[in-house]
Design a protein around this ligand. Structure first.
Ligand SMILES: [Zn+2]
Length: 146
């Protein structure tokens, strides 16, 4: 019964499910439970490995180039359409840009835009990471007293 409760706790199984397990499946789960108990709670590796002071550990790095490209593209897009660029609002076709939301440029640069990377260029004509030319800048509003 104690083993059944351990299986409930460790694997999130309902007690009624645990009670219907075959001996083989129960044995496999108990074996996994025993294996997990021998693992380091910090890193999840077998303790005889990670607690061995003679074991040399090499820091590693994984690089996701897809994520790298996506994040760089998002930053570039924000640089092009951020505050002070004059190109924050557009006409819905991304052709006419304005510093402010107007009747002709009601859409913000981020409205409905998702930036992601694919292994093939799905839309080679969409040059969205180049700053738009001919941004319409409305006349500066007079500043009030400070
Ligand atoms: Zn460890």
């Amino acid at each position: 019964m104690r083993d059944d409760l351990d299986l409930v706790r460790e694997f999130g199984l309902h007690l009624a499910v645990v009670e219907t397990l075959s001996n083989r499946h129960r044995g496999l789960l108990l074996w996994e439970l025993e294996r997990r108990r021998g693992d380091c709670p910090e890193c999840g590796m077998p303790r005889e490995l990670c607690e061995d002071p003679e074991q040399v550990w090499y820091p590693q790095r994984r690089v996701c180039h897809k994520t790298m490209q996506e994040k760089a593209a998002r930053r570039r897009y924000a640089d092009i359409h951020g505050e002070g660029t004059g190109a924050q609002w557009h006409d819905g076709r991304f052709q006419n840009w304005s510093e402010e939301q107007t009747a002709k440029t009601p859409f913000h640069a981020d409205d409905g835009v998702t930036i992601f990377a694919t292994p093939f260029d799905l839309n080679p004509d969409d040059d969205f990471l180049t700053a738009p030319a001919g941004v319409v800048r409305p006349p500066r509003k007079p500043r009030g007293p400070r």
